[in-house]
Design a protein around this ligand. Structure first.
Ligand SMILES: Cc1cc2nc3c(=O)[nH]c(=O)nc-3n(C[C@H](O)[C@H](O)[C@H](O)COP(=O)(O)O)c2cc1C
Length: 277
């Protein structure tokens, strides 16, 4: 079995494609084996390594070469602690050795327009979306490069739930918004490769067709439960939904999504330069 077949089996629970000659490619194996790590040792990654990872992140593809991602590293211990205190349920936010914030930056292009005497309106949905995607691609590039250097990471979008306070702490101007934070450090615990939905559900050929969804999700729930069952005490919102005899991934995600998150974000964006027209 090739390295990538093993990684695909772990990721999807099925056999994978033969790989067309790329089956032992180290990058591909690493991408297939990516995992989230939330506990880190005290060892601080070297500054040079962090600079290198930032350079990698900013080498990600950028829509129209507009380059609308910015990266902010929170170094000041007081500032870190202030952000960490906002999210007591996620102590890794305050404790990770390194914390970056990936920013969608629609301001820079707006300013470049002013510098060059052109009227630019970048508070549109297009401007917001392009900047968001650039920031997300930069973050994922850092994630994969950090892992390949032996680091563990956890993206943090919960900062958007407290966007007013986070943006004030970070001094974000209009048209600059947090897409997600990123905790980073040397892993203390292993983490695990999470089983993904079967590709029969998440890929389509020629026409979109989700006819197999229900049966595939039921099967996925049971396979995932056998590998990493969600403990009874981690069932969400039992007071509202009751204790489930079988609590699979889809029950967990349906309960999670039934509690709307991110309500503070649209008014924040509208108050800070975006109109989305
Ligand atoms: C955009 C994004 C935002 C996330 N935000 C958080 C977060 O706020 N807190 C957290 O603990 N994990 C966060 N995560 C990690 C996910 O919960 C994690 O990716 C998910 O459980 C799947 O695990 P895996 O990435 O190891 O496959 C985030 C992941 C992504 C991609």
């Amino acid at each position: 079995m090739s390295a990538s077949s093993e990684a695909i089996a772990r990721r999807f629970g099925d056999g994978g494609p033969s790989g067309g000659g790329a089956e032992d490619n180290d990058l591909i194996r690493r991408v297939l084996s990516r995992k989230t790590v939330r506990r880190y040792s005290d060892r601080m990654p070297a500054e040079d390594l962090l600079d290198l990872l930032v350079a990698c992140a900013l080498s990600a593809s950028a829509k129209s070469d507009f380059q609308q991602a910015s990266i902010l590293r929170v170094c000041d211990p007081e500032e870190r602690a202030a952000i960490g205190r906002l999210f007591p349920a996620m102590p890794w936010i305050g404790l990770a050795p390194v914390f970056f914030v990936f920013l969608g930056d629609a301001r820079r292009l707006q300013r470049i327009g002013e510098m060059r005497g052109k009227r630019i309106e970048n508070g549109t949905l297009e401007g917001f979306f392009n900047a968001s995607i650039d920031a997300a691609l930069a973050m994922q590039t850092m994630i994969l490069c950090a892992e390949s250097a032996g680091l563990g990471v956890c993206p943090i979008s919960v900062i958007r739930n407290e966007v007013d306070r986070v943006a004030a702490t970070l001094g974000l101007p209009d048209l600059v918004f947090p897409v997600a934070g990123l905790c980073l450090g040397y892993p203390q615990s292993e983490g695990h490769v999470s089983l993904r939905l079967p590709r029969s559900v998440t890929t389509h050929s020629d026409r979109y067709d989700d006819g197999v969804l229900q049966a595939a999700i039921d099967d996925y729930d049971h396979r995932r439960h056998a590998l990493h069952a969600i403990p009874r005490e981690q069932q969400r919102s039992n007071a509202e939904f009751g204790e489930a005899a079988f609590y699979g991934w889809s029950e967990d995600k349906a309960r999670q999504a039934a509690k709307a998150e991110g309500g503070a974000f649209p008014p924040y964006l509208r108050a800070h330069g975006f109109h989305f027209d």
